[in-house]
Design a protein around this ligand. Sequence first.
Ligand code: NAP
Length: 496
Amino acid sequence: MSTEEDSAANVAAAGRPLRFAVIGAGMSGILTAIKLQEAGLDDFTIYEKAGRLGGTWRDNRYPGLSCDVPSHLYSYSFALNPGWSRWFSPGAEIQAYFEGIAKTYDVERRIRFNAEVTSATYSNGRWQLEIGDGTSDSVDVVIAATGVLHHPVYPDIEGLDSFAGPCFHSARWQDGLDLAGKRIGIIGTGSTAIQILPAIVDEVAKVSLFQRTAQWILPLPNPAYSEQEKTAFRESSTLMRNTYLHLAERFQNTFARAVVGDAQEMAKLEAACEANLRDNIADEELRRRLTPDYKVACKRLIMSDAFYPAIQQPNAELVTGGIERIEPGGVRTTDGVLHELDVLVLATGFDGHAFMRPMQVTGRDGLTLDDAWADAAEAYRSVALPGFPNFFMLAGPNSPIGNFSLIMISEMQLAYIMQLVELLRRGDAREIAPKADATARFNAAIREAMKGTVWVTGCRSWYLDKNGNPAMWPWTFERFEADMRAPDLTEFELVA
Ligand code: NAP
């Protein structure tokens, strides 16, 4: 073979050279980088708008932060960690895990920090990216790993800006803030507030929790792993893998089934939450005020065995009167009382429907994401969009974000996306996008299935979009696994 023939054969074996942009260096962006490298697809940059990787674990640093998915499950399947300190390890440890993984897999050097992708435009078969620092890039494939719970929601309460002391969203915790001996107000009763209160109650003079809606709480304990247990994990990768699989199976067969219509599993959850409230809140009046008026798990179910003891501490106060306004000295409730405060924490959640925004995405023929999603954020199997060729999402619309470990979900979605990428690499297609009718059918099925889920049984939650449709996965884990096994190419437009 001549040298020329030789190099042509090499190119054919390597396939079409592809350049990728990965947007976001959180859990799914780091995962994408690892898997692209593994596949020999080395030409990529991760664009990260912040100065540090980690996504939600970088942003959230409030006291008491942990993940309520067990740590041995909330791990990459290929990088299990024998050293987790607890069943539900603290946020700082999870952040350190992602930083460690980025080092081990040598992906840190791929990240461009402080580089926000402001626009992505499809033109002449490539995606043209504009970056906030004035630079640009041209890539064949975009993988958006921009996260879900990323944009803080600030409450629309009169006088919010007038508060005299530190006042911040829970995801913008002021590092180094000394709470000792101070009067703290927390607005909200979601997973975040319920983690913060027990973590600070012993150190503060007083903590007032402003509750608009009561929450169901599942009393999960959070024991530490002993040194012996950690050694056992370290010495046996089989033990770690079995633990991961066992936890995944338990999640899938209990909680994940209950929320999508399994009455038996739901009855168990309800009984556990009701017993928790009955057995652990002594005062009848407090119990009444903490009793929700909607079904268990309609809102994201809260896991904590620390909140009920903490709210019954003498220096903790549950305020249910409703907020009239915020004043320099504190929060005035509708009964006219001024709750005097030194620090005000807004644990008021996130916009879970802002996927990829504010980035401007323009697909084929000038179709913008804003137009495509004018009515609702809908995608083909959560990962792709008609009219947006070679553009893929992790944890996109209707991903099972509240049902299982999001790491496992991202891994499965990425494995699916990589099968589509392989078609591009092999030269089977230059452009891949889902068909509009297949996408419409998928979303019609989602809406129909949603009717059987607990999320639409009558409560306000961040799951619901402006039309009242939950941005969730309405089926079982098995259905998700089957959908993600391999793309059905009859549902895609492949342009040669
Ligand atoms: P959230 O669940 O959306 O809760 C926001 C809270 O703020 C709600 O209690 C809401 O009241 C209240 N609120 C909002 N605006 C208000 C206003 N104007 N006046 C009074 N109250 C107001 O937010 P989150 O607690 O940050 O949790 C969000 C999600 O993050 C969780 O559901 C979970 O998926 C994730 N998370 C997970 C963990 C974990 O351990 N894995 C920890 C923290 C967060 P209403 O209920 O009345 O709307």
